[in-house]
Design a protein around this ligand. Structure first.
Ligand code: DC
Length: 241
């Protein structure tokens, strides 16, 4: 009710989960910006953990040492010009380094280690601050924020996801091969979906959105329709802001 939101109201959280290449990160960033909410890119934490481990010459299969890296991750998310987030690991700008296919695959490998997931739990919860949070990942709705007011699960066909990734890499002037991209995407889906702890799957109460034939704008529009459906109107987010 207008004017009656008390100080103790917990910040709202909306989760966006799904496999790689569904546009989760892009959608989450746009929605968070439009709402004036915070954003958690949980995949970045797994990418950073893998990168930090490799920088310290730690074998990605060494569960105990990789978990210690996750626990002690020295990372800073800095908002730079044009509201772009710069990610610093141990003081070094690694914004681009963590976005490669290899970094994504390494993240997927260490993400199967339960001790790593446990070590990153509090760090993820700390992102939940007023007025609200858009959390993007694989287990946001199932494990990290099970009480989210709205859980979205984005899907897209494997071909469409590979083709989007191909265009993205080409657009950056990088080398890309559609067949190897498809293979890597399938392997990553397989690993993320079949791991023992917090596997990739929609929460039971998730809204599933197939983005294969939708533009980014159309997906954002659908998210706002869902926000209204779940009782979050524009006046709510202005009020909470
Ligand atoms: O979203 P992304 O592509 O940046 O994630 C990279 C890898 O990190 C993904 O393949 C699996 C892992 N991950 C995870 O296990 N749980 C999350 N919440 C986010 C990412």
């Amino acid at each position: 009710m207008q004017g009656e939101v008390s100080e103790s109201v917990a910040p709202s959280v909306v989760t966006i989960d799904g496999p790689s290449g569904t546009g989760k990160g892009t959608i989450a960033a746009i929605v968070a910006q439009k709402l004036g909410w915070h954003m958690l890119d949980s995949g970045a934490l797994y990418r950073l953990t893998a990168l930090a481990a490799l920088n310290h010459a730690i074998d990605l299969k060494d569960k105990i040492r990789v978990a210690a890296v996750a626990e002690n991750l020295d990372v800073e998310f800095v908002t730079g010009v044009d509201s772009q987030t710069i990610i610093k690991l141990e003081g070094q700008d690694v914004t681009n380094d963590i976005r490669t296919e290899t970094a994504g695959n390494n993240a997927s490998i260490i993400a199967t280690i339960p001790e790593v997931r446990a070590a990153l739990l509090n760090r993820q919860h700390a992102f939940l601050q007023k007025p609200g949070l858009i959390a993007d990942g694989r287990d946001m709705g199932t494990v990290i924020f099970p009480d989210a007011i709205l859980k979205i699960y984005l899907t897209a066909s494997a071909e469409e996801r590979a083709s989007r990734r191909y265009k993205q890499l080409k657009g950056k002037g990088l080398n890309a091969n559609i067949d190897s991209l498809s293979r890597e995407i399938s392997e990553r889906d397989e690993r993320d979906s079949n791991r023992a702890v917090a596997p990739l799957k929609p929460a039971e109460d998730a809204e599933i959105l197939d983005t294969s034939d939708l533009t980014i704008e159309e997906v954002v529009e659908s998210v706002f329709v869902l926000l209204q459906k779940y009782g979050l109107s524009e006046s709510d987010w202005n009020e909470l802001a």
